[in-house]
Design a protein around this ligand. Structure first.
Ligand code: KG4
Ligand code: ZN
Length: 391
């Protein structure tokens, strides 16, 4: 069952072709360079960038799919593709020349829309949560294509996609992970921090979530205070590694005493703000690695503590972790240690591109919805839901 999936929930324009859990092609156009100088996502710029790129990204996903299908990747192109974690993940900026090579040769072979008509069974699109003006672009495009090519359309919750990202496979069907329900799902992104029980396919129960900032947002805000650029999570990770991820300053760990499974990071952020305000620029620069490391430790301790509480409360020892922050290798190590203590199992997105926003995970979540015929009844009425929840 082949699905063309689209995600424009925030600052990445992405399209993918999936077949069950396998990704046949996935293209991501990241807007990071556009938003970087503003220190965060600017909605009007995000909207414009999505509008400018959506057609190219969809065409590229079809082009890559066709090349893979026809084995048309020349050895040079194939090896450049294969050297990436997934054979099918392209980032627009870094693969400029690859894109140009595709573009030059592909016109000989392709009428993309012939393939869309004949090979693709369903369309899928992220309905929410996300930035309203960004979601709209993907949804409008999906509606147009669904009507033009007479395809059924599946609306997917972006966070559901992040859960399924742990089960996405490459073109060869690797890794061959089986589902072992029920799972605890920890979702940690720039906009969300949530704990769910993932009982069975498309069956979730929300256990707790952040009452203010998300984990990724907390890292991004600290990075901004330290003038480390946007997004900050990966920079903080690198700085912390250089001082062996030690905890020098013991910033507060909010909500650890509360009995519920909610998170809060704004108190930590405020305490960090007042702490660094006391430092001179010189001191701050000297301490930057220690500050990054200690702050990261406080954020991660909270995540670990709440996950452990959830394991104790539910007795579920199989855990899946999704969202941008799950790219952090130190956090992965800490979570693995926790799960080992309970003799459980933990899954992360198997390829790095699956930690951030991507359409592949949307296509895979849509596959399970397609199997239950959970399609949009009236395509013309489909609308974005920026605060879409589930579970
Ligand atoms: O899932 P995502 O790409 O977008 C949203 O849906 O929000 O998550 C983005 C978040 C950002 O806050 C970013 O700082 C964080 O993921 N992030 C990381 C790392 N890479 C990205 N946080 C910690 N360590 C990383 N290596
Ligand atoms: Zn996301």
């Amino acid at each position: 069952m082949k699905i063309l999936a689209i995600d424009t929930s925030c600052d990445e324009t992405s399209a993918a072709i999936t077949d069950g859990r396998r990704v046949l092609s996935n293209v991501i156009y990241s807007q990071v360079l556009i938003h970087k100088k503003w220190g965060g996502v600017v909605p009007s710029l995000a909207k414009r960038a999505h509008e400018e790129r959506i057609d190219f990204v969809i065409e590229d996903s079809l082009r890559l799919y066709i090349y893979n299908k026809k084995n048309l990747l020349t050895s040079e192109l194939a090896s450049r593709c294969l050297s990436r974690p997934s054979t099918s993940c392209l980032s627009w900026e870094s693969e400029g020349s690859l894109r140009r090579s595709f573009a030059q040769t592909s016109t000989r072979y392709t009428n993309f829309f012939y393939y869309l008509l004949n090979d693709i069974n369903y369309l899928a699109v992220t309905q929410g949560p996300g930035l309203a003006v960004a979601l709209e672009v993907g949804i409008e495009k999906a509606k147009q294509l669904a009507e033009k090519f007479k395809k059924k359309l599946i609306a997917v919750n972006h966070m559901e996609g992040h859960i399924y990202s742990c089960f996405v496979q490459n073109r060869q069907g690797n890794p061959p992970v089986e589902f072992k329900f029920p799972y605890l799902a920890l979702l940690i992104s720039g906009g969300h921090t949530q704990l769910f029980i993932f009982k069975n396919h498309l069956d979730y129960r929300l256990l707790g979530e952040t009452i203010d900032d998300a984990a990724g947002e907390a890292l991004d805000k600290a990075a901004k205070m330290l003038e480390l650029g946007y997004p900050g999570g990966a920079v903080i990770e690198r700085l912390a590694t250089e001082v062996n991820n030690r905890d020098f300053f013991k910033f507060p760990r909010p909500m650890l005493k509360s009995a519920n499974l909610n998170f809060s990071f704004s108190g930590l952020k405020t305490s960090f703000y007042y702490f660094i305000r006391k430092l001179s620029l010189n001191q701050r620069n000297q301490l930057i690695k220690k500050l990054a490391s200690s702050y990261q430790e406080a954020v991660f301790d909270t995540l670990i503590f709440k996950t452990e509480q959830a394991i104790k409360k539910t007795a579920i020892k199989h855990v899946v972790v999704g969202g941008g922050v799950s790219a952090n290798l130190y956090l992965r190590k800490k979570l693995r240690q926790l799960i080992k203590k309970y003799r459980g199992e933990i899954l992360f997105p198997p390829f790095k591109y699956l930690t951030g926003d991507n359409a592949a995970m949307i296509g895979v979540a849509a596959y399970y919805k397609a199997k239950k015929d959970m399609v949009v009844k009236d395509v013309t009425k489909l609308d974005r839901v920026p605060r879409l929840g589930f579970g």
